[in-house]
Design a protein around this ligand. Sequence first.
Ligand code: SF4
Length: 461
Amino acid sequence: MQEVCPLTTETDSLIAERRESIVTSGKHKTSISCTSDSLAGSVSQRACVFCGARVVLNPVTDAVHLVHGPIGCASYTYDIRGSLSSGTETYRKSFSTDMKERDVIFGGEKKLAACIDELVEKYNPPAIFVYSTCVVGMIGDDIVAVCREASQAYDIDVIPVESSGFISGNKVVGYRAAGEALYKLITPKDGEFVDKTRKLNFLGEYNLGGEKWVVERYLKEMGIEINVAMTGDATVEALKKSSGSFLNLVQCTGSMHWLANRMEEDFSIPYIDINFFGADNTAESLRKIAEFYDDPEITARTEALINREIAAVREVNEKYRKKLAGKRAAIYVGGAFKAFAIIRQLQDLGMEIVLTGTQTGKKEEYERMGRLLSEGTVIIDDANPAEIEKFLIEKKVDVMAGGVKERFLAYKLGVGFIDHNHDRKDGLIGFEGAVRFIREVHATTCSPVWKYLREERGGTE
Ligand code: SF4
């Protein structure tokens, strides 16, 4: 359903080798090039393996997160991807072995072991995640051995996270490293036994703006409890009980499908993909969960909740649809599951999606995306700022949904912007999140400031 985006003119500012990564939805079936390494010289937002691992694991609130490497790597910390805790806040501290030239030359294992000793003494954590970074991978520090020794010495989980940044220029590889670390943590050790429960685990939910708590409230009303979210507002103790759960919900599929599959194979916990972004997605997800439990009381409570909540969202949607219908929107987000939800929400508001893309989408996800979009929509994998700028101007975009790196690009071009990234502080999940999203889209798209800005720049209208 897609054709290669024609890049024809001599003056075209796009890099020729990126041609296969930019398609338009349409009649001719052509695959998009994705999941390959970013092109050198094309500014990618895929970050690094360590970053991917860190964002997945960091919300474990009572664990110590120790970055073994130079201090610069430790800038990927709580502040890069916040997530809220209902209790302990150890995870908000940033720990690094702060490797210096001497450690790079003579090795950093002793320094790492000393840091672990100090952290145990000061914080007495139930678990420590030790992240390896580029330098550590290159000099060959054996972090597995250091962690094993520390685990035995202190009788806590000291878990190596194999996340040297250079392994791949894609944070998705770090998601897998984080999944493996979590799997080590949650697998019962010899002699340990985890009770079976009717509770569920909520995978791929990071509680950035309290979203886990919103879903927790809905599920409670339905008569279902969350065992643990992975990893939003999670504690080590709760994670260790996750292997006894009845069901796994998977929201962020990119970061959690590997772990969900392992848990299905090894602990016989089935999983279902859900998506709580947008009112219709929320309703469908709650129904999917209720169906899985197959309990008439749960079903009845679920339907009552959906009927009550969705009516309120529809009212707001209709009100703002009148103002937003026909406006042109662009989307550029990390993963495809979020893109699908935003496409649906903007289309419900009568808006036209003219550009969409992700940092880490897979081929089948882009094919699905193509089916959701009208003909001629530009679809980009691993976009660089020059490409986004080009299409924001060419497609006369009114509003963009993206992350912090797109925000200023949009503003400079006089385009409204809605932050749908991991550093936002307001939850966009569930029915109340859907209402907040609609209001934010309206406020930014219809702000009078863009008119003045465009006039000032000579006008792109
Ligand atoms: S790419 Fe390497 S050096 Fe840079 S932040 Fe990632 S791990 Fe650290």
